[in-house]
Design a protein around this ligand. Structure first.
Ligand SMILES: [Fe+2]
Length: 305
């Protein structure tokens, strides 16, 4: 028996020492000695096709917490196999103070290795965000609270869902009316559809944007605010997602048996990867531990595939 105990002790020591090495090798490289949550390689289930548009969707990031760093480490790792060019930030980009030190600790320090790879972040304003963020160079808002930009065959509309007044709605409608892009994607902070217990669907927002989305053929919509991931069953032909667990988590907040849910994940923080190849939008959702929690492909509703 003693020999067996000694053997088990040696095995345990070996496992412990190899884990220590893995963790040490897996630091986030910011020199602060923080470690990532997982040593598991990030498996990519996306086409990674030449000429495709590849991007990230992440929301509610602005805490500067250790877990936000850990998720950012996974995001950085994912770029090795999935070279995305830009990131959609879904709002609540900075919680609490918004001094230069806050921009640094809650954004720049977290995403520095990704920024260094020339990845651009396109932000939208959340309920915790000061409008002055629109002038911050790394948010690429060009001084505007709502704006449009294009990448390949996609037009992106960043909306300010804090104040969706008549002026903004008219701008949205005018822009969409003349938009000939094959894909039209909206992103903003508050979710028109969500199964969150804390917040849930923003009915007032839905009432004003949904008729416009339907009329002008918006394909997909991304929002945060609720701190989990949810893929909503298509509503009036439009794909809706909640991706608000980039810096905070509201564990267990997705209502059970919600009729809205196609897939939900509220046990850890997460981000989405997306790739548009012609008429297909591929997506993969990855957690802080590198686990894939959802993946799939969506057809462009306005095209014959
Ligand atoms: Fe929020």
């Amino acid at each position: 028996m003693k020999r067996i105990h000694a053997y088990l002790l040696i095995v345990a020591l070996l496992i412990f020492s190899s884990q220590s090495v893995n963790v040490a090798q897996n630091g986030n490289g910011n020199g602060k000695g923080k470690v990532s949550a997982s040593t598991t390689p990030v498996k990519i289930n996306l086409p990674v096709k030449e000429g495709a548009v590849r991007f990230v969707i992440i929301g509610d990031t602005g805490t500067g917490s250790k877990k936000q760093h850990e998720l950012a480490d996974i995001l950085l790792k994912a770029r090795q196999a999935f070279p995305y060019d830009f990131v959609l930030l879904l709002g609540d980009n900075l919680y609490g103070g918004e001094s230069p030190a806050d921009y640094k600790s809650k954004f720049e320090d977290v995403y520095r290795p990704i920024l260094d790879q020339k990845v651009k972040f396109y932000a939208t304003l959340g309920n915790h965000d000061e409008p002055a963020q629109r002038f911050y160079q790394f948010f690429n808002m060009d001084g505007k609270e709502y704006y449009r930009f294009t990448k390949g065959n996609i037009a992106f509309y960043s909306l300010n869902s804090n104040y969706l007044d008549q002026k903004q709605l008219k701008w949205l409608e005018d822009e969409l009316a003349k938009d000939t892009s094959e894909w039209k994607i909206a992103f903003h902070h508050h979710p028109p559809y969500s199964s969150g217990g804390k917040h849930g669907s923003d009915a007032a927002l839905r009432k004003v944007v949904e008729p416009i989305f339907v009329k002008y053929g918006v394909n997909a919509d991304f929002a945060g605010h609720d701190h989990f991931y949810e893929r909503i069953k298509p509503q009036k032909g439009i794909y809706y997602f909640v991706s608000g667990a980039g810096g905070k988590l509201r564990s267990g907040d997705v209502k059970d048996n919600s009729p809205l849910t196609d897939k939900a994940f509220d046990r850890d923080m997460s981000f989405m990867l997306a790739e548009v190849v012609d008429n297909q939008l591929y997506f993969q959702v990855i957690s802080r531990t590198g686990e894939t929690v959802d993946a799939g492909v969506l057809a462009n509703q306005r095209k014959k595939n």
